[in-house]
Ligand binder design. Sequence first.
Ligand SMILES: Nc1ncnc2c1ncn2[C@@H]1O[C@H](COP(=O)(O)OP(=O)(O)OP(=O)(O)O)[C@@H](O)[C@H]1O
Ligand SMILES: [Mg+2]
Length: 326
Amino acid sequence: MSLLEVSGLSVSYRAGGDDVRAVRGVDLSLEPGETLGVAGESGSGKTTMVLSLLRLLPATATVSGSVRFRDEELSEARWGRIRAIRWAEASVVFQGAMSALNPVRTVGEQIREPILLHEKVSEKQAAARANELLDNVGVSAARASSYPHELSGGQRQRVMIAMALACRPDLIIADEPTTALDVIVQAQILGLLTELVAESKIGMIMISHDLSVLSSVCSRLAVMYAGRIVEIGPSKQLMDTPEHPYTRALSGAFPTIGDPASRMAPTGLAGDPPDLRLALPGCAFEPRCPVARPECATADIELWPAGPGREAACVITRDRRSGATP
Ligand SMILES: Nc1ncnc2c1ncn2[C@@H]1O[C@H](COP(=O)(O)OP(=O)(O)OP(=O)(O)O)[C@@H](O)[C@H]1O
Ligand SMILES: [Mg+2]
C-alpha cells in the first residue's frame, strides 16, 4: 500500500476579490520510506501543495481532490483525526524555523509537547526522549533549557527536525528546511535529515528551489510550474536527461541560459511565471519556452510517459513516445 496517494489536488486562494489558483490538479504517490523532492521557482505552488495535504492552509484556501494517507481519505477526515495525524504520523519542517518555533518557550518544552500530547508517557520520559532527540540532531542536551533566540539558525533548524521526528512519524514534509542557512550548515542539515529518514524508513517530501540539492537527497523528483507537476521521475535520470523544457531551464541544461553561478536557479530563465488568477489554457510554460510550437498555446496538456518511472507534460514527449513527427 502506498503511504500517500494524491489525485486531482487543486487549491485556490481567495484574495482581493480574485481566485488565485495556486495548485491546479496534482497527482502523485509516495511509497513507505520513499523520498520525493519538489522543485520549481518561487510562486509555483510548492508550499501550498504540501501544506494542503495536512490541511495546514489558511481559511482563505479552498482545497479539492483526494489525499489518501495509507488507507484513509484525509480530505474527508474530521479535524480531530487530522490533529491526531499531525506530528504522530506525518510531521512538517516549515520554511523558516524562526517563525515556526515559539519564542517564549524553551526548545526542550517545545520538543516535549508533541510527545506528551500523542504518547502515553510521563514528563520524565518525555524529557529523556527530548534529550535523546537533541542528541540525534547534533544539539547538546544542555540546550533543552535554551530559548530559540539563544540558538544559531542551524541549531534552530536542527531543533525543528527533532520536533518533526519526536513522535516517530511515517511521513515528513520538509519545506525548504535549509534555505536560510549558509552553504556549509545547509549541507550538514541535509545530510542529517537524509540519514535520519533513511535510518527510520520515513517517507519524505522535501521542497527546494535547488534541483541539485534535491537530487542529492531524494530518490525521485517532481518539478512544478504554475501549480502543476510538469515532470516527475527518478532523480538521476531527471537530472541527467531532463525531459521538459522547464526542467532543462531549472537544471541549467540550456546552453543559452545564464552564467554558471545561476545554473541551478531559475533566475537565468527569461520572463515571469504566469498570473495564477488566469485560466491558463494550453501549456503554462509556453510563453517562456524556447522550443514552443503554435499548438502549445491551446493543446490539452497532461503528464505523458517519458521512460521507466518518468512522466513529462510536454507535447514533444507525447510525440516522441507515440512515434509521431512534429
Ligand atoms: N495566503 C495566500 N493568499 C493568496 N495567495 C497566496 C497565499 N499563499 C500563497 N499564495 C499564492 O499562491 C501561489 C503559490 O504560492 P506558494 O507559497 O505555494 O509557492 P512556492 O512554490 O512555495 O513559492 P516559494 O518558493 O517562494 O516558497 C503564489 O502565487 C502565491 O502568491
Ligand atoms: Mg514555498
